[in-house]
Design a protein around this ligand. Structure first.
Ligand code: ATP
Length: 592
């Protein structure tokens, strides 16, 4: 073994410890140790692996081993029958544990087992991900069986969980950034610089490698690259034009808030890739958008953002966001393109022909956008006004609603109005129709726990423990327990929907006083409508913010029937947003 190599057993050991902890700080410490012990040449790979991946999310390649294949591979490697493995799996419910057990009881013991290196494991995963065409299934099985044959029981457990997409250590991107800052940036202060590198590349592996090999100097020189999605800038919300103008220093660019799917378009010569709000490559869903951009973007290379909106093929009018869901289907895209055509409304330019614009103020970026986009019927630049007048802003808002938009996004024109990659800030403020009464607006909450049902609901769950996201501490704080709004069908499906996310103890990123019957990793986001927000000693959302010893809770919550599949847990409503809603509510009560 050379100094650039590392045994996979070291990773497996670290995983085991990480899995056992319920404390976030401890988790970070363990990760710091692992990263420090990792040879710099392969630190990117180790970072991906700890998150159960082999590439950053925007790369469209997955190891993708179905349980059925995993069982076959384990049968090969252990010399046991598939039926025996299946039987055990039924009991354990975890293919990792089953693999550990069967590897330990291997019938044919090989005496010349070579210890597995991280490189070997990674390369094999990589080959599995790239196997395609006829014979791909067999290739995957043989590759996996080969790894399992050389693995110790503990290694087998984690290999199996990784390939089936069940590693679930719960190491969030932000935890990795913390750990990198401590391990290679000289301490927490480096965190901001490292985070920016991540925000403009979405590639934790690349960031890790640069900081490990070149230190903070390397990170300072970190560049936007066409093809690597920039994490989206997000808007705060306010409910009156007065407040908005005040917050934005008296003047803003107000734009229509189109109700569609956000796309970040990366053009490199003739090649165009589209990334979603969650940074997934969605080019295949919108071949028409790709064609439109080829014709309407005048630069050779560019990164532009816009909203892709469904339009009525007959009238050209904007249609609701839901119609874009037809594009999610893998097949029949041709048909969807015909039945549900789209238009593009562009609203930002982040990079144009060698120039990174992310640190330029918005007026400069908008000028660049106007220069680089040739407008046409189906490609437009977001409709806007520049204003410092409350009445004018209100009028423009009403026009936007009439034109079928959700409202406005009002943008700062100040010298510091940079593109805040990956952040929800006050440089963009959304003004939406439905804020007239705070709780007529829905919130998006994360499921973090569940309670067993009784009576009619025996065998399924009676209620779910829901949380808002606190971006400052990167934790999920409980805000309500919700058991209404679920149809019988929803209820019947709940155990199956939640099962892949069940964990043995409260997730380290979840902050809860209430003890749930079943804990879940924060993954699933539900749209919830509540009656009002109240102070509560048993919910941790915004604990001590309004009053010492109290958090905030949503009363009478009801599931609207919408699973927000388009949102990651970190995209849920924030604890700050709930606090603001609470304050608004108080104000309204005072006024009435
Ligand atoms: P929402 O559910 O309100 O869209 P969100 O969390 O997805 O919330 P926000 O940052 O709060 O996103 O609101 C901005 C979103 O509005 C963007 O993500 C984008 O998809 C959409 N949008 C539509 N028109 C514009 C525009 N002109 N400028 C910026 N964003 C726009």
């Amino acid at each position: 073994m050379t100094h650039t190599e590392m045994y996979y057993s070291e990773i497996a050991e670290a995983y085991e410890k990480i899995e056992a902890t319920t404390k976030r700080l401890e988790m970070t410490d363990l990760l710091v140790n692992l990263l420090k012990n990792t040879p710099k040449e392969i630190i990117d790979k180790v970072v991906y692996l700890t998150q159960g991946k082999i590439y950053p999310d925007f790369v469209k390649l997955e190891i993708g081993v179905a349980e059925r294949l995993a069982i076959k591979a384990l049968a090969h490697a252990s010399g046991r029958r598939e039926s025996e493995i299946e039987e055990d799996l039924k009991k354990s419910g975890d293919i990792g544990e089953t693999a550990q057990k069967f590897t330990a009881q291997k019938r044919q013991v090989t005496f010349f087992q070579k210890p597995l290196t991280v490189q070997k494991v990674y390369e094999t995963f990589d080959k599995m991900a790239k196997a395609s065409g006829a014979g791909a299934v067999d290739t995957k099985i043989m590759l996996l069986a080969g790894l399992l044959a050389d693995a110790t029981p503990k290694e087998a457990k984690y290999i199996m969980r990784t390939v089936t997409g069940n590693l679930r250590l719960g190491i969030a991107d932000m935890t990795v950034l913390d750990a990198l800052a401590i391990a290679y940036g000289g301490g927490k202060e480096a965190r901001e610089l490292i985070e920016r590198a991540y925000n403009i590349s979405s590639d934790l592996g690349r960031v890790a490698k640069v900081v490990a090999e070149k230190g903070l100097d390397g990170i300072k020189k970190f560049q936007v690259i066409v093809g690597e999605p920039i994490r989206p800038m997000l808007a705060e919300r306010l409910s009156s034009p007065e407040e908005i103008l005040e917050k934005l220093g008296g003047k803003c660019i107000a734009e229509y808030k189109y109700d569609g799917e956000r796309v970040q378009a990366h053009k490199e010569g003739e090649e165009i890739k589209l990334f979603s709000r969650r940074l997934e490559d969605i080019s295949d869903q919108y071949p028409d958008a790709v064609e439109l951009l080829k014709r309407h973007v005048l630069a050779k290379d560019a990164i532009l953002e816009g909203e892709c909106v469904a339009i009525d093929p007959d009238t050209g009018e904007m249609r609701p966001f839901q119609e874009l869901m037809h594009r999610r289907r893998k097949y029949e895209i041709e048909k969807a393109m015909e039945e549900y055509p789209i238009s593009l409304f562009m609203f930002d330019a982040l990079y144009v022909d060698g120039k990174d614009l992310t640190l330029k103020p918005y007026p400069v970026r908008r000028k660049a956008l106007e220069k680089v986009v040739k407008e046409g019927d189906r490609v437009k630049i977001a409709k806007h006004i520049i204003t410092s007048d409350v009445k004018e802003l209100e009028k423009f808002f009403l026009e936007a609603i009439e034109d079928g938009c959700e409202g406005l996004v009002c943008k700062s024109v100040a010298a510091d109005s940079v593109y805040q990659a990956g952040a929800r800030g006050w440089l963009w403020i959304k003004y939406k129709r439905d804020y007239k009464s705070e709780m007529t607006d829905t919130v998006d909450l994360v499921v973090v726990g569940a309670f067993h049902g009784r009576g009619r609901r025996a065998g399924t769950y009676g209620a779910l423990l829901l949380a808002a996201y606190n971006p400052e501490s990167d934790t999920f704080e409980t805000v309500t327990k919700c058991g209404t709004g679920f149809t019988d069908e929803d209820l019947a499906k709940l155990p199956k929907t939640l099962k892949p996310h069940v964990i043995p103890h409260k997730h380290p990123r979840v902050n809860s006083i209430i003890a749930a019957d079943v804990w879940l990793e924060p993954k699933i986001v539900l749209e919830i409508l509540g009656a009002e927000i109240t102070l509560s000693p048993i919910h941790t959302c915004a604990m001590n913010v309004i009053r010492q010893g109290s958090g905030l809770a949503i009363r009478f919550p009801r599931f609207t029937g919408n699973y927000r599949l388009d949102k990651a847990a970190e995209d849920a409503t924030t604890t700050n947003e709930i606090t603001e809603m609470y304050q608004k509510q108080l104000k309204k009560i005072a006024e009435s």
